[in-house]
Design a binder for this molecule. Structure first.
Ligand SMILES: [Zn+2]
Ligand SMILES: [Zn+2]
Length: 279
């Protein structure tokens, strides 16, 4: 993953010179003392292949546990020593790196906005509920608050793009994945997960986005919400963040079903999820 893209200037130690550094216990204690500083960990993991391997096997996981203990306990169902789908480096990146945004098939932007470190993101599985199709609400999904990226789109001078990300627990046995497979949704062409590089499904194409509840959770006024889920259950998405006007109470209705995932349901009459975007 190139340790998030900035590693090339770090001088490499010869392996013989670095052997003293590759003492797991020492490194663990040093990082514990540094409260698992992410930038330092990125740099250390870029020094040599041994340190990179050690970070991959141990340090990224410890960083995740230290910084988000409850979330990690939930995601791993208590088995924090175990492997995690997509790997610990990808999860660490997801926790602390906003991927920025660029144009997609259903969400047009005139220029991309770059990714960046995001150390203070708040992830919530209550928020995640708002992103699950009704029949998939038994799944556990954590989603972050949207990160605001300035946009200068025609006709949207006051709107920002909201960029958010999330992760499913045990995605391989989730209802969401089952639905995507049952509906035979193809992978999105030319797009990869920004966290693990796996292929992704567009939830807009799958018509599994509960637009109203997701838009309300994100603070997006017109329901223009789009997100992708990768084979390992990482989610990344965008929306328009509309600045509140004084008459925006934010009360919303009690909408029930949108975003569906039943192979039996037909295509007619249920597609207001995204059919009303852009109109
Ligand atoms: Zn951001
Ligand atoms: Zn992924």
């Amino acid at each position: 993953m190139g340790e998030w893209g900035r590693a090339s200037q770090v001088p490499r130690l010869s392996e013989s010179a670095s052997s003293g550094l590759v003492n797991e216990r020492v490194l663990f204690l040093v990082f514990e003392h540094m409260k698992w500083d992410i930038r330092t960990l990125c740099r250390v993991a870029a020094v040599s292949w041994k340190l990179r391997a050690l970070a991959k096997r141990l340090l990224w996981r410890e960083l995740c546990i230290y910084r988000a203990p409850r979330m990690i306990a939930t995601l791993t169902e208590g088995a924090t020593n175990s492997r995690i789908i997509g790997g610990w480096p990808a999860l660490a990146k997801l926790l602390f790196f906003c991927g920025g945004c660029e144009s997609t098939r259903h969400f047009r932007l005139s220029r991309p906005s770059p990714g960046h470190f995001a150390e203070e993101s708040r992830f919530s599985k209550t928020s995640g509920m708002s992103f699950l199709a009704k029949s998939c609400r038994g799944d556990v999904l954590y989603v972050s608050d949207p990160c605001e990226h300035a946009a200068e789109e025609e006709g949207r001078r006051n709107d920002d793009v909201g960029v958010y990300r999330g992760v499913f627990r045990a995605f391989f046995k989730s209802r969401t994945r089952e639905c995507l497979i049952r509906k035979r949704i193809g992978f999105e062409e030319g797009m990869r997960c920004p966290y693990c590089a796996a292929r992704v499904w567009s939830m807009t194409a799958a018509r599994m986005i509960p637009q109203k509840s997701a838009a309300r959770k994100l603070g997006s006024g017109d329901g223009a919400v789009e997100y992708f889920v990768c084979l390992n259950g990482h989610l990344h998405g965008v929306c328009w963040l509309v600045h509140l006007s004084s008459d925006d109470g934010g009360g919303g209705g009690d909408e029930e079903e949108e975003g569906f995932c039943s192979g039996e349901e037909d295509d007619d009459g249920h597609n207001r999820n995204y059919a009303n975007n852009g109109n």
